[in-house]
Write a protein that binds this ligand. Structure first.
Ligand code: HAM
Length: 422
């Protein structure tokens, strides 16, 4: 029969690579615990309305990239293209605002976007993100930004730059919108079809267009930072002061508008120049009041999400390797039926003591078993044949240096093995 391949834009995570992901995920979990963020898991699919309301009707994500389908009950559902909208929905629905505020949440999730696959851009991808509710003060913005910054530092990554902007509040943006429309109208006929539509609906999106002509047209467009009201300006300044206090370097980039509609005030991206066109490893910002879109009382919110595939690419590029885990402390090579029975007993004892112990399951030759032990990276091996059984001793070989020791079969336990491997 013909083979079936994985859908375009998806990836299998294979056993030979999964330890890398587990390493990063472990580090993320530790860091989140240190900062006091607790994990939240929301459904992979939501009512389509969650994203239309949350992410915004005119965004590329909603208009072009969603995996939307009708379920058997005729309801329109969508595989989540991002985490924030579903989490805001869950925050309101579960009354998390009644728990201790600020609410500090983190997530490690799969997201789905129907995009043209390329390096660092997939149709199913993984995000690590945090969302923090109920803390409007600028100290929060800097704290949220400091988390990915610290993660990059902890793994030893350099060369990821932080770009920062403020897109103000509704009032700032209303004035900015007018200025943008006036600016783009002059060159209207040069804009691409999509941007022509954006001009009416959401002119800030034009600044995000990838078309060379639109980029050229928008070169001298007015900057949002010149339209901030007094309060937004003060907030933005304070965020910068806290970042300075945290010793976090950043570049102000007034052209960052982000691709999702819920943002206000602070927006930011961590960008790498080392992994090609899809260099934004992490993006986020403030979304005060988004809870209202889900029928809740107004609550401030801020967060970010990091694309883990892109993070992995950056690590690879920088030559940063995850430590290889030592799964198998002892591989037992039993020869014959009685030896197999003894092997399962010894392995059980070692497992009880917290060591990694395995034995042959398919009655292969000694040579084949040794080869297998080597392949799985066993720290020690032990051949258990008739003579060992008769004498009641185990002969254990340390693979790193070939050293061998004998011990009685009864005395072989986790403590002894640990000492031997030290
Ligand atoms: P976003 O910028 O759409 O923001 O995505 C965040 C990150 O996810 C990107 O910087 C990128 O690393 C990764 N990413 C996005 N699309 C793809 C793709 N097709 N393939 C691989 N990686 C991708 C959000 O999703 C917001 N929810 C972030 C946020 C949280 N803002 C506030 N809270």
């Amino acid at each position: 029969m013909a083979q079936i391949t994985a859908p375009k834009g998806t990836q299998d995570l294979l056993p030979r690579d999964s330890y890398r992901w587990q390493w990063i995920e472990g580090m993320i979990r530790n860091l989140c615990a240190q900062y006091g963020f607790k994990e939240i898991r929301t459904p992979v699919f939501e009512h389509t309305e969650v994203f239309v309301r949350g992410v915004g009707e005119t965004t590329d994500v909603v208009t072009k990239e969603m995996y939307t389908f009708e379920d058997k009950g005729g309801r329109s559902v969508t595989l989540r293209p991002e985490g924030t909208a579903g989490i805001v929905r869950a925050f309101v629905e579960n009354g998390l605002f009644n728990d201790a505020l600020p609410a500090k949440l983190f997530y490690l999730i799969q997201c789905f976007r129907y995009e043209r696959p390329q390096k660092g851009r997939l149709r199913q991808f993984n995000q690590f993100g945090i969302e923090l509710f109920g803390a409007p003060d600028p100290i929060t913005d800097a704290t949220v930004i400091s988390l990915p910054y610290r993660l990059f530092k902890e793994v030893g990554l350099k060369g990821i730059s932080l770009e920062l902007n403020s897109i103000g509040c509704k009032e700032c943006r209303a004035k900015y919108r007018e200025a943008l429309i006036a600016y783009f109208e002059k060159d209207q006929e040069r804009l691409c079809g999509t941007c022509l539509e954006r001009l009416e609906k959401n002119p800030m999106r034009i600044l995000d267009c990838k078309s060379e002509v639109c980029k050229e047209v928008s070169k001298d467009a007015p900057l949002i930072t010149d339209f901030l009201c007094e309060e937004c300006e003060a907030h933005f300044k304070a965020v910068q002061e806290y970042l300075d206090a945290l010793d976090i370097e950043y570049k102000i980039n007034p052209r960052i508008v982000r691709g999702l509609d819920y943002y206000n005030r602070t927006v930011f991206e961590f960008v790498s120049n080392e992994i090609g066109a899809q260099g934004t490893v992490c993006g986020g910002g403030r979304y005060d009041g988004m809870t209202e879109q889900f029928g809740g009382a107004s609550q401030s919110g801020i967060g970010f999400a990091m694309g883990l595939e892109r993070f992995m690419l950056v690590l690879e590029q920088a030559g940063i390797e995850a430590p290889k885990p030592q799964d198998c402390d002892l591989f037992i090579i039993p020869l014959g039926e009685s030896a197999k029975k003894e092997a399962v007993k010894i392995a059980s004892r070692l497992l009880d003591g917290g060591m990694g112990a395995q034995y042959d399951l398919i009655s292969r030759s000694v040579k084949a078993q040794m080869k297998y032990a080597d392949k799985i990276g066993a720290a020690a091996t032990m051949v258990l044949g008739d003579s060992e059984l008769e004498q009641g001793i185990a002969r254990i070989k340390r693979m790193a240096d070939g050293a061998q020791e004998e011990i009685s079969l009864e005395a072989l336990n986790a403590e002894w093995l640990e000492e031997f491997l030290r």
